[in-house]
Design a protein around this ligand. Structure first.
Ligand SMILES: [Zn+2]
Length: 96
């Protein structure tokens, strides 16, 4: 099962269990290993959502949250959840 969802020819998204929403990634900016099952992106991501920060490295399908993230998964490593359109697609629409 794929962990990434293709948004367009140069954009993919994944579900972030820290922020509990989808994050989009431009494959023009980040280097991607082209795997949707064990994705690796370089460099890491530093996202600001309002006053919250989500700082994550994605390596071999694992989300490695850095300690400066403001959500509860800061400092933890979790497996990237499989993308589910019925759950994650809806949730990201609500957030938009
Ligand atoms: Zn996040």
């Amino acid at each position: 099962m794929a962990k990434l969802h293709t948004v367009s020819h140069d954009e993919v998204e994944f579900y972030c269990p820290g922020c509990r929403k989808a994050h989009r990634i431009s494959t023009r900016i980040w280097t991607w290993n082209r795997s949707v099952e064990t994705p690796t992106f370089t460099p890491g991501f530093l996202l600001y959502v309002g006053n919250d920060c989500c700082h994550v490295f994605i390596i071999d399908g694992e989300l490695q949250y850095q300690t400066d993230s403001t959500h509860k998964l800061a400092g933890q490593r979790v497996s990237m959840p499989e993308w589910r359109e019925d759950v994650h697609g809806k949730e990201s629409e609500v957030q938009a």
